[in-house]
Design a protein around this ligand. Structure first.
Ligand code: GDP
Ligand code: IMO
Ligand code: MG
Length: 431
């Protein structure tokens, strides 16, 4: 029995985390976001109705599940209420939702600085961020000038903190970037109103979550982004500013590392990446275009076309190594149907030698050539399959290779975007 499970992206994001968090949330007492912000775009589909979640955890459709934005999250308060209001229109009350008093608040100058710093970079250096102010907010946190939720909702603290920050940021925006300054009074007015609205959602989530653990309640930690976007272990500097896998959970929640019972990596059956950075198995041919169009691979947050490539198991193994991933939720097996020959990268060739680890140095990574294992594809529409045994043999071979090379077990398989379009091989809470 596992009480506390982490679901994280084992590639570069958009693996289908939201749909499997929603799937598992039926068994959980709380779903917890522990890092990132509304750079995330998590899709949950139920009977053809699509919900696009950004900050709000993917357990929100279950009224008896507590949805927690923990301290490691960077919190765009305006974006949060836009999301809440949209969900309410769809009949989701959002009453089972709390925000940590220790989370850092994203303010208008963070968005602006995200855009300005990208525009200053040369075309080779641009990260292609989501421009949601993520990097600048984490920078302020590290620099110790950030504004936490507890400061934000405190009328005696927020005005002075905001003043200090706006003065510094305006200087930076004007003198370094030649941009337009922010108006303190206007922001104070707008955000003080938001702070009042936020107060009922604010909790000491460290105490709350530790009490849940003590009471034996089941927690589901929802990673955003992907392990290859991790600021320490990803393709730096083409990464986000947080720790998207299980390593982010203790510091992003205030729970001890031993709290985690099992780690499930969500793996897309091929690879996609949005934004710049290395991508050894990237496809620039008709197959890549076929997968992009069939899979509707365009960004949930930015609408950008996603870069597409073959499944890279060197990448997935790297994610497994840093996260303790023992289980895999494999998505998009249905999207691959119709591709005659499939390839999976099992190792890299570097200067005539075979390597199976993921190099840190991007100039080394550039020299790595994928070593592929080839598979016959399958034409069958597998979207109605609900039992592993009913999958085409070719699909089973593909899955077995993933298990063999990563050492992790495929517990769940996505055969379509909807909640019920999945094969449960083993229940992660019972594994
Ligand atoms: P996340 O950021 O990891 O939650 O993933 P996104 O929601 O950004 O992108 C995943 C996309 O794939 C969404 O459009 C999902 O509806 C869709 N999806 C997830 N799993 C499957 C699957 O098994 N098959 C198909 N066809 N689509 C899926
Ligand atoms: P979900 O949770 C895919 C990428 C951006 C950019 C880099 C840094 O939906 O999987 P940031 O705005 O975080 O500073 O951008 O990270 N990125 C994502 N790519 N899915 C995401 O989230 C992402 N969140 C950020 O495209 O390359
Ligand atoms: Mg996404």
């Amino acid at each position: 029995m596992n009480n506390n499970i982490v679901v994280f992206g084992a590639q570069w994001g958009d693996e289908g985390k939201g749909r499997f968090v929603d799937y598992l949330a039926a068994q959980a007492d709380a779903v917890v976001r522990f890092q990132g912000g509304n750079n995330a775009g998590h899709t949950v589909a139920v009977d053809g109705k699509y919900f696009k979640l950004r900050l709000i955890p993917s357990g929100i459709l279950y009224k008896n599940v507590l949805n927690v934005l923990a301290n490691g999250v960077v919190f765009d308060v305006k974006g949060f209420f836009e999301e809440v209001d949209n969900l309410k229109k769809d009949g989701i009350p959002c009453e089972n939702l709390v925000v940590s008093d220790r989370a850092h608040v994203v303010l208008p100058y963070h968005f602006e600085l995200d855009g300005l710093s990208e525009s200053k970079r040369s075309s080779d250096d641009k990260i292609g961020t989501t421009k949601k102010g993520i990097g600048p907010t984490y920078m302020d946190k590290s620099e110790r000038s950030g504004i936490r939720v507890c400061d934000f909702v405190n009328e005696e603290v927020f005005p002075a903190l905001l003043k200090k920050n706006i003065d510094t940021k305006n200087e930076l925006i004007q003198k370094v970037y030649g941009g337009q300054p922010f108006d303190y009074d206007a922001i104070l007015k707008e955000y003080s109103a938001l702070a009042k609205r936020l107060k009922p959602f604010v909790r000491d989530t460290v105490t709350l979550l530790n009490a849940y653990v003590k009471d034996g309640k089941k927690l589901l930690f929802e990673g955003a982004q992907g392990a290859l976007l991790d600021i320490d272990f990803g393709t730096y500097p083409f990464v986000t500013s947080s720790h998207p896998s299980s390593i982010g959970v203790p510091m992003g929640t205030g729970l001890a590392p031993k709290t985690i019972d099992s780690v499930v990596g969500v793996v897309k059956a091929y690879t996609s990446r949005v934004g710049a950075g290395p991508f050894v198995t990237e496809l620039f041919d008709d197959v890549g275009d076929f997968i992009r169009e069939k899979g509707g691979e365009y960004g949930t947050v930015t609408g950008r076309p996603r870069r597409i490539g073959w499944l890279d198991l060197v990448v997935v193994k790297h994610s497994a190594l840093i996260s303790g991933m023992e289980q895999i939720a494999l998505t998009r097996m249905d999207t691959l149907a119709g591709v005659k020959k499939l390839k999976v990268c099992v190792a890299y060739e570097l200067d005539g030698k075979t390597i199976d680890h993921y190099p840190a140095d991007l100039t080394v990574l550039e020299k790595c050539k994928p070593i592929y294992k080839e598979f016959d594809g399958w034409d069958d529409d597998i979207s109605k399959v609900r039992n592993y045994k009913d999958l085409p043999d070719a699909a089973k071979k593909y899955i077995e290779t993933i298990e063999e090379i990563t050492g992790a077990k495929v517990s769940m398989i996505g055969v379509g975007p909807n909640r019920d379009e999945a094969i449960l091989v083993r229940n992660p809470y019972e594994a």
